[in-house]
Design a protein around this ligand. Structure first.
Ligand code: NAD
Length: 350
């Protein structure tokens, strides 16, 4: 089988030909139809995360071992089944849950494998879907598409799943005004999901007017370009002069996190999702005085993914796939994402 692999930070992905594996026991071999190109693949390719103040967290310090095949938004058909697999047959169209955990830590015990202490996520800590085939360790990580468009479904394993989890966290205080920062792959899913599962008025912020126009079509009530120096004040005015009840920051870089805090009203809820990174100073006293909550959100669990597939099946959400690449063009796909040329999501069709 052919796979596009990252051999080291910032090295061009290399196409390699290896023997196609045969599944054993609970394993399933999936023939990849489409794999989403996520900004997290870029962090993996660049070798890590910006911690601010010139510091960098290497992905190898998190347990990534190069060479690795990226790609965690995998959709395909069942090609071959291990002896113990039940409920699936050759040819079934499936979405793969990639956030695989150790199975024994406290998070895994309550089925939050996405928060595992020793994660084994596909496309990060073990080979993923920039490949003609993906070996899924257990059939419990599969979900049948049952009518959902395969390319759109790729987003539901990460960008949709993460947005769903983050919007649910932001909805705990039933926000009248919800600010979504970033209208990229995650943010546009966030807008659609918030529009379908909350009653909030949605305010979306990005640097790119084209993406903001799409956010409006997907359900944002107000949009603002963060290049405008008055954006913070304009958001507060839009929220009846009091500020937003909830903010979800899908960028999470110093300027956006600062804006998120500045527009948050008393008792507000800030959910940080993006991994753009950096660091910022916090005015500590405002946190208790305003009694705000600041929390992180990392992907979502298998049940969230199945709920999201149901929403897609009903047509409540419709992930936007705007570009398609062959496996040979994996480098171009990542370069285009880095250059902000992708609206919504791009997929690779191996
Ligand atoms: P993307 O490249 O598709 O979108 C990023 C968007 O942010 C773009 O529309 C860009 O214009 C906008 N942006 C950048 N700087 C901005 C600023 N200063 N103000 C306003 N908008 C700005 O990326 P994506 O795939 O949506 O991923 C977003 C981030 O979330 C990445 O860092 C990714 O690694 C991370 N991520 C986190 C999780 C998680 O579980 N927490 C999961 C997946 C991805």
């Amino acid at each position: 089988m052919k796979s596009a692999r990252i051999t080291g930070p910032n090295e061009p992905l290399v196409l390699v030909e290896t023997e196609t594996p045969h599944p054993k026991d609970n394993q399933v071999l999936v023939k990849v139809k489409a794999v989403g190109v996520c900004h997290s693949d870029l962090h993996l390719w660049e070798g890590g995360y910006d911690l601010g103040d010139g510091k960098f967290m290497k992905v190898t310090d998190r347990g990534v071992k190069y060479p690795v095949t990226p790609g965690h938004e995998i959709v395909g058909t069942v090609e071959e089944l291990g002896n113990n697999v039940k409920g699936y047959s050759k040819g079934d169209e499936v979405l793969v849950y990639p956030w695989i955990g150790c199975g024994v830590c406290p998070a895994c015990k309550v089925e939050n494998e996405n928060l595992c202490d020793a994660p084994k996520s596909l496309g990060v800590f073990q080979d993923g879907g920039y490949s003609q085939y993906s070996l899924v360790p257990d059939f419990k990580y599969l979900a049948k598409l049952n009518g959902v468009d395969p390319e759109s479904a790729t987003s539901l394993a990460c960008s949709g799943l993460t947005a769903y989890n983050a919007i649910k966290k932001s909805n705990q205080n039933s926000p009248e005004f919800l600010v979504i920062i970033g209208a990229g792959g995650l943010g546009l899913m966030g807008v659609q999901i918030a529009h379908s599962i909350t009653k909030s008025k949605i305010i979306c912020v990005d640097l790119d007017d084209q993406k903001l126009e799409i956010a409006k079509k997907m359900g944002a009530d107000f949009v603002f370009n963060s290049k405008d120096p008055d954006t913070t004040q304009k958001i507060i005015s839009t929220c009846n002069g009091k500020g937003a009840d909830s903010v979800v920051d899908f960028v999470n870089a110093p300027p956006t996190a600062k804006m998120g805090l500045a527009v948050l009203r008393k008792r507000g809820n800030l959910v940080l999702v993006g991994l753009f990174g950096g660091s910022m100073e916090l005015s500590l006293v405002t946190i208790p005085l305003k009694s705000i909550i600041i929390q992180g959100a990392y992907t979502g669990n298998y049940t969230d993914m199945v709920e999201l597939l149901d929403l897609a099946r009903k047509g409540t959400i419709n992930p936007m796939i705007s570009k398609r690449y062959s496996l040979d063009a994996a480098n171009t796909a990542l370069e285009d994402l880095k250059a902000r040329k992708i609206v919504g999501r791009a997929v690779i069709n191996p």
